[in-house]
Design a protein around this ligand. Structure first.
Ligand code: NAP
Length: 486
């Protein structure tokens, strides 16, 4: 691991869930790994009137909980020495003034403003920073999802932030791209010859992307009810995963080479509108049920969910990509809350052999499948048919597996560890460019509009199941089944 240059990381929303649960533990781990120089500073910022000591106590509790057995009192003493807190209300001009003074003499230091706040604060924060001369040529800004709630609102945020920071200074995070397995998928595709001749129509039958959570809306019901699964998950994480699978090999490792290829995929997604949306998508909302054997309430009974809300907590879609490589290969996407288990995976099913001369299981069990699992464990598995030991040629599926933690005998970096160090190094490869985001919204907006136009209310599903029956029918109509149904 290379040491990072001296930096000031300013964490807006420093007392929030994401900062305490993910960002600060990730920074602590990077310090333990020797990447943080002693002169670097991390500054938590929020409206709460708390002292530095109170803030450190909050962060320490959280780091202990999330770093677990690797937490070390000596390392914490070093880390906390570089951590401080500043009270700023993003909407109060005077608060930025005193803050600006704490940067005197540090103008040449890399400066990263991480905005872990609601998106309606992104522009006011950037404008407050600019008015107080806090944005230098070596500054950058990190924007958490969701970036707006539709194409127009996203464009407005990008416009206002873009008036202050150049595109090269804006890091739009999709933490799925920071996952080691997603980068391993890139390595598998573009570091090996093996799969490239097979990575296309005629060789791949269909692709499934599942991001299933067994949790409900937890403390975020207010936010979630305004958002729903389509905007919260599909517009960003699932479409980004689809891009990684479907993109052409980039011409180089340059960040824009990869982002150009992802953009081409988003632009080649066949648009859906009107009644076609109803045939190719399924909206769902969970009702009461049981998860891991414990009873749970339905979405409408969750705290802070408005009575009669029609927000979807599940969505499944059939997508098609109009390109020479992918024409005719369906991509099925699904995501939801309160599903049977926490599971994120990409399953790629290959076409059948033209002629079978041996006895083998019925389809689909006889088809080769490449499964890239991102959660709960990170692994890549290829299922092939092998001869069953004994007399005769009876074939059965066996797995060729790559379990990363087993193979490399090392802890996998959390996505935020990787992404935060990329921000400090200024590497934009794993961050979304403005035109990518715009293309994703352009594809998503008509789906939501059609749901509204035709009054498509979500179909209910029992918490702890795999979603509404209509999702099985969606893929079943094409003669396939979701991987958990095989
Ligand atoms: P959160 O727990 O509600 O935290 C929000 C933070 O913003 C708090 O530190 C809050 O502190 C601060 N804040 C609110 N109003 C402010 C203002 N006017 N000026 C300055 N600070 C202000 O939210 P979160 O879950 O951490 O999420 C933060 C962002 O990341 C959201 O956009 C969310 O959608 C996104 N995100 C979260 C997760 C996650 O796992 N939590 C995952 C992906 C994306 P004070 O109240 O003290 O000001």
């Amino acid at each position: 691991m290379q040491p990072l240059p001296n930096f000031d990381l300013i964490l807006f929303g420093g007392t929030g869930d994401l900062a305490l649960r993910k960002l600060l533990p990730a920074l602590y781990r990077r310090m333990v790994a020797g990447q943080l120089s002693a002169d670097s500073r991390i500054i938590g910022v929020a409206r709460s009137e708390i002292s530095r000591e109170e803030y450190l106590a909050q962060v320490e509790t959280s780091c202990k909980a999330h770093v677990g057995g690797e937490f070390d009192a000596k390392q914490w003493a070093r880390f906390s020495g570089q951590l401080t807190y500043f009270k700023i209300d993003a909407n109060v001009e005077g608060d930025f003034k005193a803050f600006a003074e704490s940067f005197n003499g540090r103008e040449k230091c890399e400066r990263a403003f991480f905005l872990s706040t609601a998106p309606d604060l992104f522009a006011p924060i950037c404008e407050g920073l600019a008015r107080n001369n806090l944005v230098t040529s070596c500054s950058r800004v990190v924007l958490e999802k969701p970036l707006g709630h539709d194409r127009a609102s996203s464009a407005l945020i990008n416009e206002r932030v873009g008036a202050i920071f150049t595109e090269q200074q804006i890091f739009r995070i999709d933490h799925y791209l920071g996952k080691e397995t997603v980068q391993n998928l890139l390595a598998l595709r573009f570091g090996n010859m093996l799969f490239e001749p097979l990575w296309k129509r005629g060789r791949i039958q269909h692709v499934q992307i599942t991001v299933a959570e067994n949790l409900g809306v937890e403390r975020r019901a207010g936010f979630y009810d305004q958002t729903g699964a389509l905007r919260d998950m599909v517009q960003n994480h699932l479409l980004q995963l689809l891009c990684i699978i479907a993109m052409e090999p980039p011409q180089s490792g340059n960040p824009d080479a990869m982002r150009d290829e992802k953009l081409k995929v988003l632009r080649a997604l066949r648009p859906m509108s009107g009644r076609e949306v109803l045939a190719k998508t399924v909206r769902g909302q969970y009702k009461s049920g049981a998860v891991n054997g414990a009873p749970v309430v339905g979405y409408l009974a969750e705290k802070d969910v408005p009575a009669g809300s029609s927000t979807e907590t599940f969505v499944a879609l059939k997508c098609e990509i109009d390109s020479w490589r992918w024409a005719g290969v369906p991509f099925y996407l699904r995501t939801g809350k309160r599903l049977q288990e926490k599971l994120s995976e990409i399953a790629i099913t290959f076409e059948d052999i033209p002629l079978s001369i041996y006895e083998r299981p019925d389809k689909p069990h006889s088809l080769n499948r490449l499964v890239i699992q991102l959660q709960p464990d990170e692994s890549i598995t290829l299922s092939v048919l092998a001869k069953n030991p004994g007399e005769g040629m009876f074939l059965k599926p066996v797995s060729l597996g790559l379990d990363f933690s087993e193979t490399f005998k090392t802890r996998m970096l959390d996505a935020y560890e990787r992404l935060l160090t990329d921000v400090i190094k200024g590497n934009l490869t794993l961050f979304m460019r403005r035109d990518e985001l715009d293309a994703a919204w352009q594809w998503i907006d008509p789906i939501r509009e059609a749901w509204e136009q035709y009054g498509e209310s979500p179909k209910s599903y029992t918490a702890g199941s795999w979603g509404p029956a209509a999702a099985s029918a969606l893929i079943g109509r094409d003669g396939f089944a979701w991987s958990n149904e095989l």
